[in-house]
Ligand binder design. Structure first.
Ligand code: CS2
Ligand code: MN
Length: 359
């Protein structure tokens, strides 16, 4: 496995590449081109400037997270073919430039949803958290107003203002799109992009939905084992695979992550390894990566990735905010660096145990 970290780019990420260089055992960078309007084809010159910056810092780009999917593709809009053409053009450009991994998601309206970006913990750190009760008090038809009346104009954290301005329109757009329709639109998209992926050896790695259940009545089609298996089977091409995000899948205690990993053997292209703590049904918070700080068995997760022969990029994912770091929530340097060292340690143990066992 290749240890990587996500970097949001100069001007966006307070964590610089210089700092990342000092994280022991970091093999590559996961990044994307920020500031490109969703749906547009990426320009080669812009991507090359990003690539050069990463390479000048002594790294290579281990994968792109993400190339976003335009709403028109997800909802089978009239102009979806044009957006798919743009996506294909981006993949071809990335392929020419040596990129072989693209992470994406197929969530309706929102990417991940949290109700608190900085929940204080007993040790003085903060974490992102989710409470279904808070969500249930918000009227999806009028997203800006919080129904308990405490505050008008309430916005959930992490929602992009540009999309919020269009929230009504987005809900209307997705109104007619149920689970089956979303699966059909995904299939249409994947079948269209597979040829360019095959040509350049690009692995498409679907990121699971977060949290792993429907939010605001919107369909969630990438929330568990059956759905992920359906994804890889419906377009049965090795380029069509999955990002195993243990925290996203792990938000639902019913998901057995090592079992999911084993079931997806050969189609796991990318791994986000992080822990999550279940408080009560529908209420969870993120935690340190360490097994005993959360609810997931991180050793079992690394062991299953090793057992299926996974050799692609792994990265720590959302961490706590510690030592008063000023950072993008979930993406501070300190806790993710600790997470990376911990994951590397687990992997070293898994590998060595295997070697001694064979001896
Ligand atoms: C998630 C997502 O892994 C993560 O950090 O919270 O934001 C993820 O990056 C995207 O859904 C991938 O497309
Ligand atoms: Mn993730």
């Amino acid at each position: 496995m290749k240890m990587t970290m996500r970097w949001f780019g100069t001007g966006y990420d307070p964590v610089t590449l210089d700092k990342l260089r000092q994280v022991p055992g970091l093999d590559g960078i996961i990044t994307t081109l920020y500031g490109v309007p969703p749906g547009e084809a990426w320009k080669k010159e812009q991507f090359n400037a990003l690539k050069k910056e990463v390479e000048d810092a002594g790294f290579s780009i281990a994968g792109i997270e993400s190339v976003g999917i335009h709403d028109s593709i997800k909802t089978a809009g009239k102009d979806r073919d044009r957006y798919i053409e743009n996506y294909i053009a981006t993949l071809a450009m990335l392929g020419e430039e040596g990129v072989d991994l693209v992470c994406y998601n197929f969530m309706a309206v929102f990417d991940w949803t949290r109700t608190n970006l900085a929940k204080p913990r007993g040790d003085g750190s903060t974490v992102m958290s989710y409470e279904q009760d808070v969500i249930d008090k918000i009227d999806p038809a009028n997203m800006f107003a919080r129904m308990d009346g405490k505050s008008g104009g309430y916005l959930l954290p992490g929602w992009e203002p540009e999309r919020m301005a269009r929230i009504k329109e987005l809900f209307e757009l997705y109104g007619a799109v149920d689970e089956e329709a979303l699966f059909a639109n995904l299939k249409y998209f994947l079948e269209a992009v597979m040829p360019v992926c095959e040509k350049y050896g690009i692995k498409m790695a679907m990121h699971p939905d977060d949290p792993a259940w429907p939010v605001f009545g919107l369909p969630r089609i990438m929330a568990g084992k059956e759905q992920l298996l359906r994804l890889v089977k419906m377009v049965d091409n090795p380029c069509n695979g999955v990002t195993v995000c243990t925290g996203s899948l792990g938000s639902n205690p019913a998901n057995d992550i090592p079992d999911i990993i084993r079931a997806l053997k050969g189609r796991v292209h990318f791994a986000h390894v992080r822990n999550v703590r279940h408080n009560s049904p529908g209420d969870f918070e993120e935690s340190a990566h360490l097994s005993r700080d959360g609810s997931l068995d991180m050793y079992a997760i690394m062991k299953s990735l090793y057992d299926i022969g996974f050799e692609g990029p792994v990265r720590p994912d959302h961490g706590r905010t510690v030592w008063n770091e000023v950072c993008i929530p979930g993406y501070g340097l300190y806790d993710r660096a600790m997470g990376l060292c911990y994951i590397s340690g687990l992997l070293e143990a898994v590998q060595n145990t295997e070697i001694h066992f064979q001896e």
